[in-house]
Design a protein around this ligand. Sequence first.
Ligand code: GUN
Length: 292
Amino acid sequence: MKILDGKTLSVQLKKEISIEVQRLIERGNRRPHLVVVLVGDHAPSQVYVNAKVKACDQVGFDSTLIRLSESISESDLLDKIQDLNKDPNVDGFIIQLPLPKHIDFNRVTLSVDPKKDVDGFHPENIGKMVLGLDTYLPATPFGIIELLKRNNIETRGKHAVVIGRSTIVGTPVSLLLSRKGETGNCTVTLAHSHTVDLKSISLQADIIIVALGIPNFLTSDMVKEGAVVIDVGINRVEDATKKRGFALVGDVDFKEVSKKASHITPVPGGVGPMTIAMLLKNTLIAREFSLT
Ligand code: GUN
């Protein structure tokens, strides 16, 4: 069994990105600038946005973290987004999810300039992704594809079972895996809460991607010997033995499933760091795009 080490690979990717930043600067350009907007004080989101800002630092990007009150109105948030759309010193920006309940995710997504949409959530960018045109790929699906590619995992002709159909992970990763091209050509089954007899489907999978947010959902009886297992979940479960009072666990029962898998991502240290690296990659693309 091989661990798909997203942490080490993300360090390598960040090194590659920082070399590109140096090249930009040598040619007299300013550094890429990412803005991260955090609405409210959702605890896991605070950790993620801080990690994104720190990663910007590591590769030589400028970054700005904008913290907005949980009670901000939707129209005030949309105004803020318009300011960012217009600001020539901002190459890309993201609105960290989840948003408070009174703010409509779709309205927010539609208001982001697709050229600065480094999350790849805008319908224009999702449409381009489906058509195989150059665009920003959503960071988590992009990170999963890169992790498979850099570990020389063949996808062509494989049966990939994606569990969870969220708009930011499950749906786009199922599209990317089924597309034409070297990191696609899978036969994909997208399973969700209405899927009947999931186990009979997951047992056929050569590649399983679990993105549900349910701790230890995928158990070893659901996995074929030799499958590649990608765990997107990062769940906080109470654990009094830990300093912070909780442990981070994935959607996969790692201890048991790792005995059957040929490759598996750990949590933490698998998909999470890859997501951040791909957000940086998208921001670099945004900077380069704004120069052309
Ligand atoms: N929350 C969890 N994952 C993501 C992501 O990829 N982008 C944003 N904006 N919020 C998230």
